[in-house]
Design a protein around this ligand. Sequence first.
Ligand SMILES: Cc1cc2nc3c(=O)[nH]c(=O)nc-3n(C[C@H](O)[C@H](O)[C@H](O)COP(=O)(O)O)c2cc1C
Length: 146
Amino acid sequence: MKPKVYYFSATGNSLYVARQIVKNINGELIPIASQMNKNNIGINTDIVGIVFPVYYNRIPIIIEKFIKLLMQIEGKYLFAVCTYGGGPGESLQMIQQILIERGGKLSAAFGVHMNCAQLSRQFYRKFKVYSSLLFYSTLPTAAGSP
Ligand SMILES: Cc1cc2nc3c(=O)[nH]c(=O)nc-3n(C[C@H](O)[C@H](O)[C@H](O)COP(=O)(O)O)c2cc1C
């Protein structure tokens, strides 16, 4: 089974990042919006990514709802990538918390500084540097720090 990369993107930054990841890991790209009519989402692959923008230092509501639909996530390699203009805020910790409540956990978490949402498509296509890497060890786990 190919790795699955779920994304939500309003202005294209997170979509761009998700596409880069999918290209590099030979994964399957899935828009989160296309999943929101489901009652639950069974995960039948070992590697799952979630790519999203930071909103008000938090995760967008659609991301919270999406993660709460995920089933069979225990023991899977789950990674999250946030894109932002200023900083990741509490977004990755929020994802970790919800995943833990659902029996899973983040194996890796990354932040991508996109400068700002109003940048032109031509500019951010050239902006390929992942400017900050947020280590899993900085995130809370059910048992405290890993
Ligand atoms: C409603 C809204 C709230 C945002 N809040 C934050 C924030 O708190 N911190 C931050 O760094 N960027 C914030 N941003 C910027 C976005 O996170 C950033 O531009 C992101 O890359 C947009 O991703 P997208 O193009 O995939 O929608 C916000 C953008 C919007 C539209």
